[in-house]
Write a protein that binds this ligand. Structure first.
Ligand code: NDP
Length: 490
């Protein structure tokens, strides 16, 4: 028996044109509590017809302009600010709901994810009044200026690992720029996005501006990607799904931005503060039970400090105990779903098969009645970059320790991956730190820290980790387009 919760979990409906409605075909799917393997509730299952209805509502809202042409930017900003305030006012409720649906530790949801989501709305509320074009000194008797306009109807597809935060990273900037939206949340974790839609309505967002349609990625997601009235698609998910979406989006030439997978190197040089590096390695791989795209899943360690660091890692991993995610002391909850847990166990098996040395963990863990999808934090040593566990994104709490001999070896190994999302460097040598920061082919480099985010700092991938930057001013680029206006002055 795990902790009780105060949250009343309601069945989920589709949110279309400001109303919660059933799916047209009447279908539903179960959403499961991964800590107990029990059904939390049923959620309406959107299909092509529902996506069509949601897109038409978003199109009508965009074209008739209640959110853009008929509302001033400062009024838009006020509504976005209010959404941020409502998120803060509902932190406990949203945090517990997120924990029930995803297995994320409740303290992380209430102290990190929901406050960051609120801050994201506050941050982009500030942007709404600061999006404008330029005047350009052109040749001849002309006045030339640019208008910075919203892209139109945005299809946004989000993953299950940070459900509310990933939705907000996409919604807040898109709304600040004056777009309208159809959001398709991940099927494992649709509940907080639906609750967020209700809070947006309460804050005064006009009907049709935000629509939320849960449903299978291959059906509802694909219908959104293919819909001719959608102008842009933004996705956070796996690289294969990103590739498929990009191919399909070509049919209607939509603008596309993709935040995809990673296999990030976290590099420890011999001169590093090893206690800090060990702490950072733990945060790098075990935060959010390894279900994080920036996971520092390849720990590259300079040979001379390998044994000392490994000892510290094993000791810390031993203290990272899988626990009931509703317990405020929990820092390591269950994997999101049985299928995800089994995928991770298969990778652990592959690591052993290919000759990596399992130094700790490797098994399913028993919490409560043992039915939840808990795993032990797992560390492999003696990993080489050609092993499957060093090449493929596991998206779970599995660390691969890979020794290196010198800086050149570290750079070569770090960049020897198809991915380029993030990276970490641990050193006291400022020259080495900055040199490495330039050499690493990744969208984020953390020096003597790991997994730090801020709504003002751009985030996104190099190589097959995707393209387009979210957060900061970069998101304004993603959600606006530029119109050039010429006036004859002769
Ligand atoms: P998926 O790529 O399977 O799914 C992501 C989203 O895409 C879900 O909403 C999913 O719907 C939807 N989807 C799946 N197939 C299609 C399709 N054919 N057309 C349209 N939409 C589709 O990833 P996961 O949800 O499994 O999330 C984990 C993955 O996401 C990891 O690889 C991770 O690295 C990556 N990720 C990247 C992040 C980043 O910022 N770069 C952040 C978080 C995760 P459904 O749920 O119904 O399948």
């Amino acid at each position: 028996m795990l902790s009780p919760t105060k949250v009343k979990v309601e069945p989920g409906k589709l949110f279309i044109n400001g109303q919660f409605v059933d799916a047209q075909a009447g279908g539903t799917f179960d959403t499961i509590n991964p800590a107990t393997a029990t059904v939390l509730t049923q959620v309406a299952e959107g299909r092509e017809a529902d996506i069509d209805m949601a897109v038409k509502a978003a199109r009508a809202a965009f074209d008739s302009g209640p959110w853009t042409r008929k509302m001033s930017a400062s009024d838009r900003a006020r509504i976005l600010w209010k959404v941020g305030d409502l998120l803060l006012a509902h932190t406990e409720e949203l945090g517990e709901l997120e924990t029930l649906d995803s297995g994320k530790p409740v303290t992380e949801c209430t102290k990190i994810d929901v406050p960051l989501a609120a801050d994201c709305f506050h941050y982009y509320a500030g942007w709404a009044t600061k999006i404008h074009g330029e005047t350009i000194p052109v040749r001849g008797p002309f006045f030339n200026y640019t208008l910075r306009e919203p892209v139109g109807v945005c299809g946004q597809i989000t993953p299950w690992n940070f459900p509310i935060l990933m939705a907000v990273w996409k919604l807040a900037p898109a709304l600040a720029c004056g777009n309208t939206i159809v959001l398709k949340p991940a099927s494992y974790t649709p509940l907080t996005a639906l609750r967020l839609a209700a809070l947006c309505k309460e804050a005064g967002l006009p009907d049709g501006v935000l629509n939320v349609v849960p449903g299978a990625g291959s059906v509802a997601g694909m219908a959104l990607v293919r819909h001719p009235m959608v102008d842009k698609i933004a996705v956070t998910g796996s690289t294969p799904v990103g590739q498929q979406i990009m191919r399909e989006a070509a049919g209607t030439l939509k603008k596309v931005s993709l935040e995809l997978g990673g296999k990030s190197p976290n590099i420890v040089l011999a001169d590093a503060d090893l206690d800090a590096a060990a702490r950072g390695a733990m945060t790098g791989i075990f935060y959010n039970k390894g279900e994080i795209c920036t996971a520092g899943s390849r720990l590259l360690v300079e040979q001379s400090v390998h044994d000392a660091l490994l000892e510290k890692l094993v000791e810390r991993a031993g203290k990272t105990v899988p626990a009931d995610p509703l317990d405020p002391k929990c820092r390591f909850g269950p994997q999101v779903a049985e299928a995800q847990m089994n995928t991770i166990l298969r990778y652990i098996g592959k690591g052993k098969e290919e000759g990596a040395r399992l130094v700790t963990g490797g098994n399913r863990a028993k919490v409560g009645d043992g039915k939840g999808f808990f795993l032990e934090p797992t560390i492999f040593d003696g990993v080489t970059n050609d092993m499957t566990i060093a090449r493929e994104e596991i998206f779970g709490p599995v660390l691969s320790v890979i020794p290196f001999s010198d800086m050149e070896d570290a750079i070569a190994k770090a960049n020897d991956t198809i991915y380029g999302l993030s990276s970490g460097i641990w050193t006291r040598d400022i020259k080495k730190a900055h040199r490495l920061a330039r050499e690493l082919r990744a969208g984020t480099v953390w020096i003597n820290t790991y997994n730090v985010f801020d709504n003002a700092s751009p985030f996104g991938g190099y190589k097959m980790s995707g393209f387009g930057r979210e957060l900061g001013a970069a998101s304004i680029e993603l959600y606006t387009q530029t119109k050039s206006v010429w006036v004859d002055l002769s």
